[in-house]
Structure formats: C-alpha cells, structure tokens
Write a protein that binds this ligand. Sequence first.
Ligand code: ADP
Ligand code: DP6
Ligand code: CO
Length: 350
Amino acid sequence: MKTVTCTAPVNIAVIKYWGKRDEKLILPLNDSISFTLSQDEMCAKTTVSISPTFTEDKFWLNGKKESLENPRVQNCLKEIRRRASKRKFEGSDENVWSWHVHICSENNFPTAAGLASSAAGYACLVYALGQVYGVEGDLSSVARQGSGSACRSIHGGLVRWYKGEADDGSDSVARPIAPPDHFPNLRVIICVVNAGQKKTGSTVGMKQTVATSSLMQHRISVSVTSRIESMMKAIKEKDWPTFCDLTIADSNEMHAVCLDTFPPCVYMTDTSHAVASLLHKYNDLKTIESNINHKVCYTFDAGPNACIFAPEAVAEEVLALLLQAFPPPPAQATDDYVKGIPSQPATLSK
Ligand code: ADP
Ligand code: DP6
Ligand code: CO
C-alpha cells in the first residue's frame, strides 16, 4: 500500500473566471488572474491510499462518504492513471496505475460557500494523486478538469490562467506571473458573512449566465479582455492603487452579470454590500489624505463573503473598523456576521 497526504491553499481571483466555452473540458471564456493564499490559513487536506488489494475506489469529503460517480473526480483520476500507465515502474509496482484508490479530503474552512473550496479541493486531489501514482510534470490542466479555478492553486503567488485557443484544451493552463511577495507585506482579511452553502453552485450559475445574460457578451468581448491587460500592467509596475481599482471593478462586474442572469444569481447580501461600501469610504479617506498606497480592495467570489487585500500598515486598522461595524455575533448565531482573519503574507505553496 502507498499513502500520501497533501495540502493545497485556496486562490482568490482578482480578475474572475465566470463562464465556459467547453463544459466537459472546463475551458473558460476569458483569462483570469488570482492570488494563491498562504496555506497556513485556508486549505484542503487530502490523503490518498492505493493498494493492489483494494477492490474499488472510495471517496470521503469532510468526513462524509461521497459517490464516485462525480464525473469531475473521475476525469482527474482517469487522466492521472493514463499518465501513470505511460511511466515505467520497477518490479511489483509495474501496474500501479491499475490499483484502486481511497481518497479522504477535508477543508478547514466552509465548503461551497464562495470561498474557493473547489479550487483548493481539486488542486489538492490532483496533486496527491500525482504523488501517489508517481506522475510528474504540469498538473494544472488536470486540476482544471476538476474545477476550473483549481488550475490556479497549483502555483503560488499571482497566477494567470490563460484561456487558450486549442479545442482540446492543451493550451488552457495556469502559469505563475509574480511571486507571493510581489506586493510586499500584503494581508488578506476574509469576512465570513455567511458560512452556509450557496443556493446556486458556481458551475450552474456561470452556465446560466452564459446562456441568458446579454451584459455577459459585453464582459467577454470588451471589458474583461482589456481589464486583464490593465491588470498585467499594474502588476508589472507594482501599481497598488490601480491593482485595487481593477480588482474591485471586476468583482462588481461579475456580480452584475450574475444579476443580469435569468433567473438572477444573487450571491452578495446586504451585509456584503455594506462591507463594500465601508471600504469605499475608507479608500476615499486615503485619497483625501494623499495616501493612495494605503488603499484596500475587496472581491467577492460566488458567495456573500468578502476577501479583502490590505497593505500591512493599515490591516489592523481596517480589521478594527470591520469588527466595530459588524461585531461578531454571540457564539451560537451563524448568520450574517463578519469574522476577520488576517492571513500570513501569501507564500508559495503546493
Ligand atoms: P466554492 O465557492 O466553495 O468553490 P463551488 O460551487 O465552486 O463552491 O464548489 C463546491 C464543490 O466543490 C463541492 O460541492 C464539492 O463537490 C467540491 N469540493 C469542495 N471541496 C473539495 C475537496 N476538498 N475535495 C474534492 N472536492 C471538493
Ligand atoms: C467566482 O472554478 O468553482 O470563484 O469550473 O465549474 O468548478 P467550475 O467553477 P469554479 O468557478 C469559480 C468562480 C469564481 C471566480 C474565480 O475563481 O475565478
Ligand atoms: Co468553486
């Protein structure tokens, strides 16, 4: 028997992936850019065991047995085994690719709540499977077939997922574009507005947006394409205030196309909007003080929870403001509260 345990961190998109051109291969309509967080905070942890004596594949998620009919888990497993079957192994390990696997994964943060659990989860699964079956090389295109956003969690720091042009998805891969400390002393504050599972998962939500939103056509053909280029320039020039403005604009555009979806996908709550508005007031103040390098930015994935990037110099102040405006509830309450977790600076993590 061989056993491997891996952890993988979440990544937070600053230019969002929302919409596919190929559902089966998980090929996106646009490039996206994200920040992989330090795995000291929010991560998936996956243990995989393979043995010639196992009679079937098995999968547990957060302590609960899951069906392995899930085509995304199957796709990842098939691809890793295909790659493993091409390798030469010594002696009794020769047919290792045909051994069944037992997978046990858990997230140390809310699953399916818009905090990128599918990204950390599938990056971790694919990385662990690669280790146990002895597969080397770039695994981002395999992770992509589990969940699109997962291909970006294979790398640390700032990462760009190129949508690619090829029909078979061979050039739809994630690549690191800047190291974790590119913007030095950055802190991340995650505001958990609601830890519950979202009503419409990302996969279904983005499919409905592509099918029904006319605003989405503008996003794909005009705005997100030019925003990617502006973001690349801001990153290259270490232009923090512009990075902030573009991050906020893209989050708001993604939620605008969600609202333009029929029926609408409503992910942000009144509390989410109140958090955003507080941060705009904060940034206005920094502009008046001529301190624009102390601006902060927010972004919301497909859920109500805010991810805030703040320079270290103001992180404590911003956290204190948030906790004052949105005091945590008594221990038993679970809805609509804000919990600040200042993260470590993002570090390269696999
Ligand atoms: P999120 O915003 O958390 O990424 P999604 O709707 O994109 O939510 O995906 C949630 C789904 O991702 C879960 O229902 C589950 O199928 C899958 N997932 C989450 N965590 C893991 C994990 N650790 N291992 C495998 N799959 C996972
Ligand atoms: C809002 O990667 O979860 O987080 O590819 O269908 O699994 P699937 O969707 P998923 O979508 C992520 C959407 C997002 C934005 C982003 O991470 O870029
Ligand atoms: Co997801």
